[in-house]
Every structure is written in structure tokens, then in C-alpha cells.
Design a protein. Structure first.
Length: 224
């Protein structure tokens, strides 16, 4: 099974460096079998992180510090009002990382649907988007960036709940210049916090991710 850990929401937000250290320690424990599959749910103080595909022109132009990380994807922002999820889970064999990412997207789309927001996938772009006549290129509401080592995942997803947007003005978020960003709060016109959304993620994660995660697949009687 999978453990869900409130690792620091709202006033208890966790610095990115501290969370990364915890991820690495937990990854080693899951990879060795000393710990069960675990999903850390938390918020960060404001921080920019750059994945391995980040280009120099996509970074802030004002000298704002950026933490380079070993996940896929490009530059993004984390901060108050954004629910960050770090699944540290062993993938089922044969490894299918793309399917794992698609199932993360599906889980987030289901969470948004529960709140009355029609999130969708956009071909060629990871994450979850809102697309319509007034935003044909899409507004991103959830970002995904992962790493897999020894068959165990790190990093994960960031879902915009009640965050502000000024930090996005300094970067080309996820390297996509022709799209915007939005949040659950902006779409619904009422405040919805990460603490409000975390239980929905914990409820839906096993349902959507079972085929990709070894312990869940075995629990459902699916060979892994």
C-alpha cells in the first residue's frame, strides 16, 4: 500500500532543500525495502527550480536564485498556496515512466473534476491544462516533473490551489511561452487551499496509479 504524509502545509511549509533531502533519504529506504511507498504532500516557501532541460533564456532575468534539480522538465515555481506532491514509489515491471506520468495527470484531472473544473491533457505538453475559446493555447493548473532511479520515483506534481501569480512573471514557466497559468481559486472564485485539496489527492491517487505502482498492482492481483 501507499502511505500519505502531511509533510508541511500552510504555516508549516517546508523549504525546498529540506524537502529534497527528505525525498532522497526516503528514496533510499523505499529502494532498499526499508520503507513503504510514500507520498509526501506539502507546500514550499517561494522558490524556483530548474529541471534538466531548462535553457538559459528560460531563467529569471533579474538574478532571482534558481535551484537546479535532477528531475525532468524545465523551470517552474513553487510557493505558498500550491499543493506539491512527491510520490516516492516503486514502479511495477516492466517500467513505463510515460504511463506513470499519464496516470498522475489523470488523477489530477479527477481531483479537479470533483471541484467542478474541467482539466485536460494537451498533446505534447505534460501536466494538466484548462483550454477554451478564451484561452486556446491553454492555462496550466498543474505541473509534473519526475525522476526514476532503481525503479523508484522522486519529485512529482504541483497543483495550483490558492497561490498568487506574480512569481510566474519572472520566468517562462515550464519553457512554454505561449500559455498562461491559473489556479483552483481563480477558476472557482473562492479560496481553495492545499489543505482542502490534499484529502482528494490521497483518495484518488491509489485508484488511478494502481497499474503503475508495484505494491498497488500486487494488492489488486495484477502481476508486477
Amino acid at each position: 500500500m501507499v502511505d500519505f504524509v502531511d509533510a508541511g502545509l500552510s504555516a508549516n511549509s517546508v523549504s525546498y532543500s529540506a524537502a529534497l533531502e527528505r525525498q532522497r533519504a526516503l528514496h533510499a529506504d523505499v529502494a532498499s525495502g526499508r520503507a513503504p511507498d510514500t507520498v509526501l504532500l506539502l507546500e514550499h516557501p517561494s522558490v524556483y527550480t530548474a529541471g534538466k532541460r531548462t535553457e538559459p533564456h528560460e531563467r529569471p532575468v533579474d538574478g532571482t536564485p534558481v535551484i537546479d534539480v535532477d528531475r525532468g522538465g524545465k523551470i517552474t515555481w513553487h510557493g505558498p498556496g500550491q499543493l506539491v506532491g512527491y510520490p516516492i514509489v516503486r514502479l511495477a515491471e516492466p517500467l513505463d515512466v510515460v504511463a506513470y506520468v499519464r496516470r498522475l495527470e489523470g488523477m489530477l484531472i479527477d481531483v479537479l473534476a470533483e471541484l467542478g473544473i474541467p482539466g485536460v491533457r494537451v498533446e505534447g505538453r505534460s501536466g494538466v491544462w484548462l483550454v477554451g475559446e478564451n484561452r486556446p493555447t491553454g492555462d496550466k493548473i498543474a505541473a509534473i516533473g519526475i525522476r526514476v532511479a532503481e525503479g523508484v520515483t522522486m519529485h512529482g506534481f504541483a497543483l495550483n490551489c490558492s497561490n498568487a501569480f506574480d512569481a510566474y512573471e519572472r520566468i517562462i514557466a515550464c519553457g512554454i511561452a505561449d500559455a498562461g497559468v491559473t489556479s483552483i481559486t481563480r477558476e472557482l472564485g473562492r479560496t481553495v487551499t492545499p489543505a482542502d485539496v490534499a484529502p482528494l489527492v490521497a483518495e484518488r491517487f491509489p485508484r488511478h496509479l494502481a497499474p503503475s505502482i508495484r505494491s498497488l498492482a500486487l494488492a489488486d492481483g495484477v502481476p508486477a
